[in-house]
Design a protein around this ligand. Structure first.
Ligand code: NAI
Length: 353
């Protein structure tokens, strides 16, 4: 474990246990060079404790890069609660976690993630102010998915500009996989941009809703990868670009909100060789977190106008990453990591002077 922590330069790993409430959680803090570590709280069933630790560590590091690349002055952290989000949730459990987070004195700030809701955040909020996802009535940003979608839309336009020489999506075929909180909002933006939209989801109710409301063509979930389109926008699960799917792909651009779209790093290299442009997921899907963390800046209050302006910057960041990739002849994913690390390394150097 310590070899891993050393390899990726982690700062802390906390194991939290409280017998009375049944809390078993892992809090990982990756890097606080740019500011306090921020990252959501995931609740999931893990077969092994090691898997939970690995998940927390990997996700915390992802947050460091996400904030650094987006120009946000925050570091990366993450909490993972080991438990069934459908059965094991109690107010006491989240309050226990809140007390642990409070003891960290603001070095780590939590929020909602897979398996946790705004209600859970309200329980944590009763024990600690170190929490970002809170309702608008508490001075928070509220529902952030529309802003994740807005940022993703900027990333898609920047990708179109890179390949087709224009931001216009008019007449371009965009396949949206996953019509949930982000995908659904993205459909609205793509419709306004006059794109030709194809939709896929395993949830038939959602498919029917968007098919009927927007008159869209439906693709069966298992046929998504072999369907011809200009832009594939994965907004469902991660690891959709893998050994089984990569040779089927018939798109020129992949740009979507799903985290960890590339199953392995080498898949990014294969896409590059195939001439498919991959817009790095953590660059493109940063809109929600940019919006959410606005009040953690110098001003201390959430300003919607400023936050939206910052979300729109996803366009420029995506273009910058493509530029670095081209100049250095590396994959956009490697370019994104390089861009993020450079910001952290420069500040680290300054601090050591
Ligand atoms: P969600 O849970 O609301 O929607 C996901 C949708 O994908 C669901 O409708 C589900 O039925 C569908 N789906 C699952 N398996 C599928 C399959 N095999 N084929 C087609 N559809 C499938 O999730 P949300 O919030 O919309 O997030 C989507 C993705 O974006 C996730 O990977 C998430 O980690 C990522 N993301 C979300 C952010 C947010 O603000 N909600 C922020 C950053 C990333």
């Amino acid at each position: 474990l310590f070899d891993y922590l050393e390899k990726y330069d982690y700062e802390n790993l906390f194991i939290c246990q409280e017998k009375e409430t049944g809390l078993k959680a892992v809090i990982a803090i990756h890097d606080t060079t740019l500011g306090p570590a921020v990252g959501g709280c995931r609740m999931w069933i893990y077969d092994h404790e090691d898997d939970a630790i690995e998940d927390a560590l990997r996700l915390a590091r992802g947050m460091t890069y996400k904030y650094a690349a987006a120009g946000i002055n925050l570091g990366g952290g993450k909490t993972v609660i080991i438990g069934n989000p459908y059965k094991d949730k109690t107010e006491a459990l989240f309050r226990a976690l809140g007390r642990f987070i409070n003891r960290l004195g603001g070095r780590y700030i939590t929020g909602a993630d897979v398996g946790t809701t705004m209600q859970d955040m309200e329980y944590i909020r009763t024990e600690t102010p170190h929490i970002v996802t809170v309702p608008e009535s508490y001075g928070g940003a509220g529902d952030i998915a529309p802003y994740t979608a807005l940022g993703t839309f900027q990333g898609i336009k920047a990708s179109a500009n890179e390949i087709y020489g224009s931001d216009s999506l008019e007449g371009k075929t965009v396949l949206v996989q996953g019509l949930g909180k982000v995908g659904g909002n993205l459909i609205k933006l793509l419709t306004d941009a006059k794109a030709k939209i194809l939709i896929a989801d395993t949830d038939e109710r959602l498919v029917a809703k968007y098919r009927d409301e927007y008159k869209l063509q439906v693709i069966q979930p298992e046929l998504v990868y072999e369907t011809e389109c200009d832009i594939f926008a994965p907004c469902a699960l991660g690891a959709t670009v893998n050994d089984q799917t990569i040779d089927k792909l018939k798109c020129t651009i992949i740009a979507g909100a799903a985290n960890n779209t590339l199953k392995e790093e080498r898949h990014g290299e294969i896409l590059k060789q195939k001439g498919i442009l991959f817009a790095p997921d953590y660059i493109v899907n940063a809109g929600g977190t940019i919006f959410d963390t606005d009040r953690l800046g110098v001003s201390g209050v959430h300003n919607k106008e400023r936050a939206v302006q910052n979300v729109l910057k996803v366009y420029d960041t995506t273009k910058t990453v493509f530029k670095i990739a081209k100049e250095k002849n590396i994959t956009p994913m490697d370019a994104a990591d390089l861009y993020a690390k450079k910001r952290i390394d420069e500040l680290k150097k300054l601090r050591n002077i």
